[in-house]
Design a binder for this molecule. Structure first.
Ligand code: NAD
Ligand code: GLY
Length: 363
């Protein structure tokens, strides 16, 4: 069933933009109306996504730009690195791309983060459009302007804040997403409940089966509500000097899992799912929420087919990895905690309590 196109605005003064959410958007040039014209557009993607969707995007862009180029990065979190970034710069320079060239990031969060960072750097910044094709990218990574590559010593450590001109989330692309990737995206959808909207958490509990069945109306609501919450947070704090940090609920533990196991061993969303269980339990141990709420969240994460136990890296290794987190200050780890259902904040926690959380929730 086709859904009507929904629109969410993200208010950032002269960097404001809109997010279009709907079916059949990819191949329609109208989806890109108002985006800057130039002599060339460059689609950055990977072979998996290119084989499925780049022809549709070419169809739309061909009517808008005299030249449409394509760059294919290797697929996977392990390639969110310097070499992929360089591959983009070399392709842009070799093709003589000027500073008006518009970059289109077609793919999941990996493509979006690398292509966005390349757009931020190439000739000190060229315009770019996010065309997210995973649930995770549609509800989170394509919105808000965080762009980055990983460093072996820490996740997303090299990057920039750089907003896209538009986000076009075509729900039809989710039809081909592997189940494991759908689960990973659900982790970031679930995240918005505890941090900002308890009613949305209840809605997800009721509609999880429909989301699993990739019901378009359910997906449209999940993507739209997630983007509304993210837009509301980012509009208040674009560069994460305060409230934006709540979007990282579960990510401090999650990033430690990803870096500790080696990027790509667990999907980002899987690590975040497990990280949310740990962060919820930490909130309980700090006296903020009760056991019933931790159990409720844990059940939902498990129903979304996400891991609820972390790998046995050892608590000292977790602590070491978490100290590299961007939210750390002076070596002190700062966690996103749930103060009450639908409300979150940041705080430090005694190492002993964090060790107990890790011991309880690792295999
Ligand atoms: P991903 O980009 O690796 O995509 C997952 C897999 O799905 C890949 O193999 C990809 O080729 C494939 N794929 C993509 N679209 C598909 C489709 N429609 N059909 C079939 N296969 C498809 O992973 P992801 O989960 O989208 O993104 C994870 C990344 O996003 C992480 O690097 C994470 O750090 C980042 N992230 C960034 C932000 C941000 O604010 N910038 C927020 C959250 C996550
Ligand atoms: N995904 C966290 C953020 O965008 O701030």
């Amino acid at each position: 069933m086709r859904t009507q196109t929904e629109r969410v605005d993200i208010q950032l003064g002269d960097r404001s933009y809109d997010i279009l959410i709907g079916s059949g958007l990819l191949a329609q040039s109208v989806s890109f109306d108002g985006v800057q014209r130039a002599s060339s557009a460059v689609i950055v993607t990977n072979p998996t996504v290119a084989s499925l969707y780049s022809a549709q995007l070419h169809t739309a862009l061909r009517t808008l730009y005299p030249k449409v180029l394509q760059i294919e990065l290797q697929d996977g979190e392990a390639f969110k690195d310097w070499s992929s970034l360089n591959q983009i710069f070399e392709a842009l320079l070799s093709a003589g791309c000027d500073r008006k060239t518009v970059i289109y990031a077609l793919g999941g969060g990996v493509v979006g983060d690398v292509a966005g960072f390349a757009a931020a750097c190439y000739m000190r910044g060229v315009p770019f459009v996010q065309v997210p094709t995973t649930l995770l990218a549609q509800v989170d990574s394509s919105v808000g302007g965080k762009t980055a590559i990983n460093h072996p010593l820490g996740k997303n450590m090299i990057g920039a804040f750089y907003q896209p001109l538009r986000v076009v989330a075509d729900l039809d692309t989710l039809d081909t997403l592997p189940d494991r990737e759908l689960s990973a995206g659900l982790a970031e959808v679930i995240k918005y409940g505890p941090i900002a909207d308890d009613a949305f958490l209840s809605w997800i509990e009721t509609n999880l089966d429909a989301l699993w069945a990739r019901d378009k109306a359910a997906l449209a609501h999940a993507v739209k509500r997630s983007c509304e919450i993210k837009a509301w947070v980012v509009s208040q704090d674009e560069r994460e000097s305060g409230v934006r940090a709540i979007l990282n609920f579960g990510h401090t533990f999650g990033h430690a899992i990803e870096a500790g196991l080696g990027y790509g061993a667990w999907l980002h969303g899987e690590a975040v799912g497990c990280g949310m269980v740990m962060a919820a339990d930490l909130s309980r141990r700090l006296g903020l929420i009760d056991t019933a709420y931790v159990d409720r969240l844990t059940r939902l994460i498990e129903r979304a087919k996400l891991p609820i136990r972390g790998p046995a890296l050892g608590s000292e290794r977790y602590l070491e990895l978490m100290r590299v987190d961007k939210k750390s200050e002076g070596g002190e780890i700062r966690f996103v905690v749930i103060d009450a259902p639908g409300r979150a904040s940041m705080r430090a926690a005694p190492d002993a309590v964090v060790r107990d959380v890790i011991a309880t929730h690792t295999a």
